[in-house]
Design a protein around this ligand. Structure first.
Ligand SMILES: Nc1nc2c(ncn2[C@@H]2O[C@H](COP(=O)(O)OP(=O)(O)O)[C@@H](O)[C@H]2O)c(=O)[nH]1
Ligand SMILES: [Mg+2]
Length: 325
């Protein structure tokens, strides 16, 4: 089969949501396999339809459990759902997902659900880029909803707002000091707050505190984050959580904010790709390229400062230089 044929075949299999191809394709993204790029290019035009929801928060607050419950709710309202979990430390164990695994073993797997964990380390292309590409693939595969679980405490290098259209920040009662340090960052991120483990004491107070904090804050683009309470063990509040997510999605449409959001995300992705490209180009040249070595010698020797060296390198070796540098 020619390269073009195999690209078309793979792209078709992804659009048909063939699970083996989806899984293999994500592995190729994880390995940053350059031969996969044509497939992604051919799928690109068919993306942008999925609702991409970030589920983020500290370890152990119940993100994976919530994802399991959300899957069950979404299937009940006839929506297909894919999950990308950038949190291998916390495997899915919730009822619906376990049930899904059993069905998978029996061979009658629900084709409306796809779950993929991504290791958070060891990507040549960076986890943020791999996550975005994986989400795009699942979007092209026609899943109505893509849930992205990330640990929101700086341990995993994914800014969920670069990927999702709605970001849910999950907290629990009595998070204490940890939440104090996280709060600033998490407030920036949240479109919806979810106080999970509401079956535990202190949940009502935690929810009231959050409502108060949100009321004091300045709305971002006219949106004040919603606060919901859930329990995955009871369970309780799952439908309300999903309805809050949908309210934010509708808000994006009504206020015509989806376009600006996509533009900001596209710019960020291009920037990330350019940064990686510069890094990949420069690092080997520090050994092999006489120009780079010469610049480094001068920086170390004190005759050229680092900003000037960076400016020269950004202009590139092949292009004509202006006289000013
Ligand atoms: N009491 C209670 N425990 C929960 C709830 N949701 C999750 N847990 C427990 O919290 C722990 C961490 O859950 P997990 O979903 O792996 O958290 P993650 O690290 O945020 O993905 C597990 O032991 C869950 O059983 C809840 O609503 N109530
Ligand atoms: Mg988890």
């Amino acid at each position: 089969m020619s390269r073009a044929d195999s690209t078309a075949t793979t792209a078709r299999a992804i659009r048909r949501r063939e699970l083996r191809t989806l899984a293999q394709s994500i592995s190729r993204i994880e390995q940053d396999d350059p031969t996969f790029a044509p497939v992604e290019r051919s799928l690109y035009g068919g993306t942008g339809r999925a609702t991409v929801v970030g589920i983020t928060g500290p370890l152990g607050v119940g993100k994976s459990s919530l994802v399991s419950r959300l899957i069950a709710h979404l299937r009940a309202i006839h929506r297909s759902v894919a999950v990308v979990a950038v949190d291998p430390s916390s495997p899915f164990s919730g009822g619906s997902v376990l049930g899904d695994r059993i069905r998978m073993e029996r061979g009658d797997r629900d084709a409306g659900v796809f779950i993929r964990s991504m290791a958070s380390r060891g990507y040549s292309g960076g986890i943020a880029l791999a996550t975005r590409r994986t989400v795009r693939l699942l979007d092209a595969a026609g899943f109505d909803v893509v849930l992205v679980e990330t640990v929101g405490s700086g341990q995993v290098d994914v800014d969920i707002r670069d990927v999702a259209s709605t970001s849910v920040v999950v907290l629990i009662p009595h998070l204490g000091d940890e939440v104090q340090t996280l709060k600033a960052g998490l407030f920036e991120i949240a479109d919806v707050f979810c106080v999970n483990k509401s079956d535990l004491p202190g949940a009502d107070q935690a929810r009231r505190d959050l409502v108060e904090l949100v009321a004091f804050g300045t709305p971002r683009d006219g949106w004040r984050p919603l606060v919901t309470a859930t329990s995955t063990t009871l369970p309780a509040g799952i439908e309300e959580l999903w309805n809050s997510i949908e309210r934010h999605e509708r808000f994006l449409d009504e206020k015509e904010l989806r376009g600006p959001l996509r533009r900001r995300q596209a710019l960020q992705e291009i920037l990330d790709l350019m940064k990686r490209r510069v890094e990949q180009d420069l690092l080997p040249r520090a050994q092999s390229d006489p120009e780079v070595r010469g610049l480094l010698d001068r920086v170390v020797g004190g005759t050229l400062d680092p900003p000037s060296a960076a400016r020269r390198l950004l202009k590139g070796p092949a292009r004509p230089r202006s006289k000013t540098t």
